[in-house]
Design a protein around this ligand. Sequence first.
Ligand SMILES: [Zn+2]
Length: 119
Amino acid sequence: MHQDKLESFKKVLLAKKDAILEHNAQHQSNVEQMRNTKGDEADYATMSVENTLEGSIFQKHHQELEYIEVALEKIENGVYGVCEMCGEPIAHGRLKAKPYAKYCIVCREIVEKDLKDKV
Ligand SMILES: [Zn+2]
């Protein structure tokens, strides 16, 4: 992949990382606020629902952050945009939609099918 394209993907990945870290910091302070708030039972019920929803977003972000770190490492090592399964370059359009994609479209389908078979 050309250096300028790599640079632009790196920028996208770093921007995503920043956005997630910012959201996580927000999440952290929300949780702390909830802990410090002593409301009545109704308030507590509302808060815990919100807390669960926030928590699942937090989990999702945590995983996304890991993927982003791996992709950034790949850029540094010069192996970014190569399918981990077949070693073929991942389509540019796919990387644009999902800059931390690990597999090309063909392998992605195989992996997904494999996962479904196991479940
Ligand atoms: Zn592949």
